[in-house]
Ligand binder design. Structure first.
Ligand code: GLC
Ligand code: CA
Length: 575
């Protein structure tokens, strides 16, 4: 195993850090009110340190009426009391820093809550300086200004009696879009960022940051079967978004050595190269969405029970890995608070053996690629989708709105919609973290705000920390390997045997070394040819069948159910 050699380019700290996402409501409750909180996170810092992560990204903890679980913010510089106080926050940052962990905050500035004081002042008077903080328009033909559909169903415009105008909301009607054309608004955002940076935070994850620039003509989008139009060609990845991000970098980001990651739905490789270029004009990296939309329905709606086709997954990952190499920087994720659980979505949670093997296989497949790894809470123990039985068990506004829209307006039966929601709803990721096999999985001593997944008896951190062969320990080994083997950070990427129907295999090459990763996405045995390389020595680095003591020397041509293997090849004459 090579240490970093002199030929390797210098690495930024955020390029070889592992980021762990915390959804605070569902992470750990310290005071028995059933809601996770900041002291709860504090009490788990040692667990996170042990796991081998470097950075914690904390989903919103600001004041919020909770129309979208905190992504609707009514005060950016106050912490919602149910999460704790600003003293709790400072203590969390300081203690995290002492333990070598960094803290990244969620910056949600494409929209606010309609209960933010800016919006209240904006709607109240046309002479208020706040009027232009939001996007207000006259209606057209007794209806909204254009046909855009909100991401959370229905029109993206809402008529406001007080203002006598429509305002734009690409998400919930309680999430009015901010008007980034307004220089005073942009300055407010930069001040808020400074406020948090002064408290010592280490970066921002920027919510739908590629929505901030809008086509000023607000044209109708291509119409769907529901009579509403798709806004994405006019409100996403516009040149204005790049301008605003460049200004944000000059005004704020350039002064700090922090991690910035933009959430950018619909971004292409070309867009990402602009957002996350190596010369750091805008952001460090983005979250692209192509690989988490491969199981969408034909009409591009997420609601369906289709599964992810492996050939498309390989094609997409290959496109991003090769497309950004040496130009920009990838983020690596399967899941987050908006996605169903990866092991249920792309692995196999139907049986404990397949569950364990496929969770490890998926982690290997992703985390041996180039980019910064992200882990969403619970993935490291293979948490699964939730067995929803009825609509009353859902909390997520997107899911609930879609249920009524599809069953009332689109002729889908409630039974079908429930099946689709069970596989795709964001709520799958939001059931509480499973810590122990005790009451409420150790998440709370009170009544949890969201039901505990009934499989907590089998799937919890306590059991897995004790078991060397658990998914949890496998994640630890993967993260350690990333730190020890430079090629995982530096190597290029090429698919190997791309036409194989069940195996995702790829090569990473750098300075005379080759990393070979082969992952069987099926429950049946599969044959795979080793790559043809110049004479050299193969070393087995990791696999989900062999224990770490067994040093495999013969290359496997037969991969067992969901088997994943990682080998390192050194060409002769190389160290
Ligand atoms: C992002 C968040 C999601 C939220 C939406 C609106 O996509 O990840 O949870 O609903 O933005 O803020
Ligand atoms: Ca609490």
């Amino acid at each position: 195993m090579s240490k970093q050699s002199r030929t390797e380019p210098p690495v930024k700290w955020w390029q070889n850090s592992v980021v762990y996402q915390i959804y605070p409501r569902s992470f750990m409750d310290s005071n028995g009110d059933g809601i996770g909180d900041l002291p709860g996170i504090l009490s788990k810092l040692d667990y996170l340190r042990e796991l081998g992560v470097d950075v914690l990204w904390i989903s919103p903890i600001y004041m919020s009426p909770k129309a979208d679980n905190g992504y609707d913010i009514s005060d950016y510089v106050r912490i919602m009391p149910e999460f704790g106080t600003v003293e709790d926050f400072d203590r969390l940052v300081n203690t995290a820093h002492q333990k070598g962990l960094k803290i990244v905050m969620d910056l949600v500035v494409n929209h606010t809550s309609d209960e933010h004081s800016w919006f209240e002042k904006s709607r109240a008077s046309k002479d208020s300086p706040y009027r232009e903080y939001y996007i207000w328009q006259e209606g057209k033909d007794e209806g909204p200004p254009n046909n855009w559909r909100s991401n959370f169903s229905g029109s993206a415009w809402k008529y406001d009696e007080t203002a006598g105008l429509y305002y734009l909301h690409l998400f919930h009607q309680k999430q009015p879009e901010l008007n980034w054309e307004c220089a005073a608004l942009r300055q407010e955002v930069y001040d808020i960022m400074e406020w948090w940076l002064q408290r010592g935070i280490d970066g921002f994850r920027m919510d739908v940051i590629n929505y901030i620039g809008k086509d000023p003509g607000y044209p109708d989008g291509p119409m769907g079967p529901d009579g509403l139009g798709d806004f994405s060609a006019f409100a996403v990845n516009q040149p204005q978004s790049h301008r605003y991000l460049q200004e944000m970098r000059e005004q704020v980001l350039a002064k700090y050595d922090i991690l910035t990651v933009g959430e950018t739905p619909f971004a292409t490789v070309a867009d990402a190269i602009q957002y996350a270029s190596k010369d750091e004009k805008e952001l460090n990296m983005v979250f692209q969405f192509e690989h988490v939309e491969l199981d969408y329905a034909q009409d591009k709606s997420k609601w369906s029970d289709s599964s992810v086709p492996l050939d498309a997954l390989k094609h997409t990952m290959n496109k991003w890995q090769t497309g950004l190499h040496e130009k920009a920087w990838n983020s690596l994720y399967w899941g987050n608070h908006d996605q169903p659980r990866p092991v249920s979505r792309m692995g196999n949670d139907s049986d404990p053996f397949f569950w364990e093997k496929s969770a490890k296989m998926l982690a290997t497949c992703l985390y041996m690629m180039q980019g910064t790894p992200y882990v969403y809470q619970g993935e490291e123990i293979g948490m699964t989708n939730f067995p929803f039985k009825s609509i009353d068990q859902f909390h997520d506004v997107e899911s609930i709105n879609a249920y009524y829209d599809y069953t009332k307006n689109r002729g889908i039966t409630p039974e079908t919609m429930l099946i689709w929601m069970r596989s795709k709803s964001r709520d799958n990721a939001r059931s509480p973290m499973q810590w122990t096999s005790g009451k409420n999985a150790g998440f709370t001593i009170g009544e949890p705000w969201f039901a505990i997944n009934p499989n907590y008896n089998r799937i919890n951190t306590e059991a897995q920390s004790k078991d060397e062969n658990s998914i949890y320990h496998f994640y630890r080994r993967l993260f350690r390997l990333r730190k020890q083997v430079g090629i995982i950070t530096h190597g290029d990427f090429a698919l190997h045997q791309p036409e194989h129907p069940q195996v995702f295999s790829y090569l990473r090459q750098h300075a005379g070394q080759t990393l070979w990763v082969a992952c069987n996405f099926s429950q049946h045995q599969q044959s795979i040819q080793p790559p043809h390389l110049p004479k050299g020595a193969w070393n087995f680095l990791l696999g989900n069948y062999l224990s770490k003591e067994e040093n495999q020397t013969v290359l496997p041509l037969e991969l067992k159910s969901y088997e994943a293997v990682v080998f390192l090849h050194n060409a002769l004459g190389e160290p």
